[in-house]
Design a protein. Structure first.
Length: 165
């Protein structure tokens, strides 16, 4: 029995170098270039609802991202325009556009105001900067006109945020 155990142990020890010859291990290289380029946003053209005449009942005017207008209970005597924004950043990078939520933006003329809501842009759900790191997009919204809205020049601001996605 002792001889068999010695023989088996010897065969195992002799077999180990053969198993080691059947494998190899090397170290591979890893690299990454981290880009630290800011994304920037510039308003090229302001959102305008043009010149309007209310009809004595609540209405609205919607400026679409293609610049066309949809009106209800309001006469538009001078056209408005969609806002135009320019984004720059890392070429071919995806980004998100965040526009105001409903109920957060108003335009004012003295103590009178109107709500602006349903903001939208023309870049779909997954905008991407082009090969030069640029993209232009348009923003439209809806102006809620009150019944017998007082005359005046109404102004306000809204926030647009772009972030790498």
């Amino acid at each position: 029995m002792k001889v068999t155990a010695i023989l088996v142990t010897s065969l195992l020890v002799l077999g180990l170098p053969m198993a080691a010859l059947g494998q190899a291990t090397e170290s591979g290289q890893i690299s990454v270039l981290v880009q630290n380029q800011a994304i920037t946003l510039v308003e090229d053209a302001a959102l305008s609802f043009g010149t309007i005449l209310p009809y004595g009942r609540p209405g609205f005017i919607r400026i679409n991202t293609n610049g066309s207008a949809s009106v209800n209970a309001v006469h538009q005597s001078a056209p408005g325009q969609a806002a135009q924004w320019s984004v720059t950043g890392v070429p071919n990078a995806p980004f998100d556009i965040t526009l105001p939520a409903n109920g957060t933006v108003t335009v004012n003329s003295g103590s009178f105001s109107m709500d602006v809501d349903t903001f939208g842009h023309n870049q779909g759900s997954q905008p991407v900067l082009d090969g030069a790191g640029e993209r232009v997009f348009l923003v439209g919204a809806t102006l809620r006109v009150g019944a017998n809205q007082p005359a005046g020049t109404y102004t306000g601001t809204y926030n647009v945020t772009v972030t790498y996605n």
